[in-house]
Design a protein around this ligand. Structure first.
Ligand code: ATP
Ligand code: MG
Length: 157
């Protein structure tokens, strides 16, 4: 449970610490569940100025190159259900060099779940959101433990 935007911020900063070149994050969830907010927090953890991270729903893809890792932020909302990412150029960024974050990933026709970390956000009430994080491949196991430690530490003793 993420109680307030500061909890989403804490999750984003902790997530940013476990990302590596090639990390792929698939964000899904209701309108206004906090996907862009979480992306902003991850970006700020990577050293990218938060205010430069805006919803790429019209452009579909935004690239941020001034952080610890290059961040590619995509939003498939405008493409609708069964989005074909081969038409967006997004695949070119899945070359193992970038951190790629995709909002509305549930719209993707071909789910890239094998290598990705899936983050499902949902609207709980005005003041809080629920989050469910799943990583299928083994590479995420250790990183999710580190994420857990970071989240516990951020809540204080
Ligand atoms: N954990 C939270 N608790 C309370 N409010 C939150 C939380 N996370 C985000 N919000 C608020 O929810 C609103 C919508 O957030 P955001 O734009 O990030 O959602 P989104 O999932 O990207 O929406 P869209 O589906 O339009 O892309 C913002 O006003 C943000 O401050
Ligand atoms: Mg958004």
């Amino acid at each position: 449970m993420l109680k307030g935007l500061q909890a989403t911020d804490a999750l984003g900063v902790c997530l940013s610490k476990v990302l590596e070149p090639g990390s792929l994050l698939l964000l899904s969830g209701d309108l206004g569940a906090g996907k862009t907010s979480l992306t902003k927090a991850i970006a700020s953890g990577l050293g990218i100025e938060k205010k430069t991270v805006t919803s790429p729903s019209f452009a579909i893809i935004h690239e941020h190159l001034n952080g610890r890792l290059p961040l590619v932020h995509a939003d498939l909302y405008r493409l609708g259900l069964h989005a074909d990412i081969t038409e967006t150029g997004l695949e070119d960024y899945l070359d193992g060099k970038n951190v790629v974050i995709i909002e509305w990933a549930e719209y993707m026709k071909d789910q890239l779940v094998e290598m990705a970390l899936k983050i499902d956000l949902s609207f709980f009430d005005e003041q809080s959101r629920e989050v469910c994080i799943t990583g299928k491949t083994g590479i995420w196991n250790e990183r999710l433990l580190l994420l857990d430690d970071c989240m516990k530490a951020s809540k204080g003793p």
